[in-house]
Design a protein around this ligand. Structure first.
Ligand code: PMP
Length: 351
């Protein structure tokens, strides 16, 4: 071993879902099957490319202002980043600096462990109950911070706001991050608690309900003091996280509230129909409040099913990790895509 090896920061990286380059039915990374708002396409077509000579506005002012207006908060309560992964990673770096372990569920977004390892943050996973529900009392113990997604991923379960508030209220001495990547498909956001709890940060994304995973935009809403700390960390890292194209397109997407709501309505409609179809085929799953369903079948091995679907050009997500070896995560696609999947499943299960 080379002498320098021992000083290299080694991490076990997060493994993103496959992005196949050939055309497949892609139900594996929780993308939105519908295009972004029409204004985004228009903005791209009329974009002034000469503007690309210049650095973008480091404050991302136009996007921050649009988001602040949309959520009825002040611009100094909004932080934006390159997807919520960037925002969450910045939050870990900025707010989780205790010797005590941070707490998050055992079955959850697998990036949390990776950031904790990367930044040398001690952590302790709290076991979800046998129905994959969050046990709020597990978060009452002393800790260095708390993070959980609501709805959780990959379970798709949404905890009502009183559960979320209870966890925040029991942790007034540390920062609590609620990762709301899927909340637009679920119910009330914890954003309404931001004025009452100075230890709360809510993180959301443009990747799901706003159909812009490829543009990489995420944001945090909190009180001005915590947002300032986040910006201080950002400016100590990379001042120009948001490129000009993201600023222009992101702003356009937020402006079209009607399109946003229509997209969500369509996906929820398809999700509820897909639940019935899955049930008819004998699948079992926690009641999804997201744009995906986390399903298992008592008679079919999940890995075999995953591979059979893939051979058919239908990509879903499979982890094979502890407690979820028999589960597949199926993103809600268009009704047509889902129908194709069900035709295959019906045929496969008849054999
Ligand atoms: N949080 C959760 C729970 C997610 O599932 C994802 C999507 N992989 C993210 C955050 C990150 O999404 P993005 O970086 O695209 O905003």
């Amino acid at each position: 071993m080379k002498a320098f090896e021992k000083n290299i920061r080694k991490v076990e990286p997060y493994v993103p879902g496959e992005q196949p380059q050939q055309k497949v039915i892609k139900l594996n990374t929780n993308e939105n099957p519908y295009p972004p708002a029409p204004g985004v396409s228009k903005a791209l077509q009329s974009m002034d490319t000469d503007r690309l000579r210049l650095y973008p506005d480091p404050t991302a002012g136009v996007l921050v202002k649009e988001l602040a207006d949309f959520y009825h908060v002040n611009p100094d309560q909004v932080f934006v980043g390159v997807g919520s992964d960037d925002v969450l990673s910045m939050c870990f770096l900025t707010f989780f600096n205790s010797e005590k372990p941070i707490l998050f569920p055992d079955i959850t977004y697998s990036f949390y462990k990776v950031w904790a390892d990367l930044y040398r943050i001690p952590y302790e996973c709290q076991k979800l109950d046998e129905n994959f529900r969050l046990v709020k009392e597990d978060y009452y113990k002393e800790n260095g911070g708390v993070i959980f997604p609501n709805p959780n991923a990959p379970t798709a379960l949404y905890e009502e706001l009183d559960v979320v508030e209870d966890i925040i209220a029991h942790n007034r001495d540390v920062i609590v991050i609620v990762d709301e990547a899927y909340v637009d498909f679920a119910g009330r956001s914890a954003m309404e608690l931001v004025d009452r709890y100075d230890n709360l940060i809510v993180v959301q994304t443009f990747s799901k309900a706003r159909s812009m995973a490829g543009m990489r935009i995420g944001y945090a809403i909190s009180n001005p003091a915590l947002i300032r700390y986040l910006n201080d960390a950002k400016y100590s890292f990379n001042s120009y996280t948001m490129n000009q194209t993201s600023l222009v397109c992101g702003t356009e997407a937020v402006r079209d509230k009607e399109y946003f709501e229509e997209c969500i309505r369509k996906i929820i409609h398809t999700r509820e129909w897909a639940k019935e179809e899955l049930r008819k085929l004998g699948f079992e799953f926690p009641d999804s409040r997201t744009n995906f369903i986390f399903a298992t079948h008592p008679d079919y091995d999940a890995k075999e099913l995953f591979e059979a679907l893939k051979a058919e050009g239908i990509y879903v997500r499979y982890w094979g990790s502890e407690r979820i070896e028999q589960y597949l995560r199926i993103t809600i696609g268009t009704e047509e895509e889902m129908k194709t999947m069900f035709v295959f499943l019906k045929d496969y299960m008849r054999k």
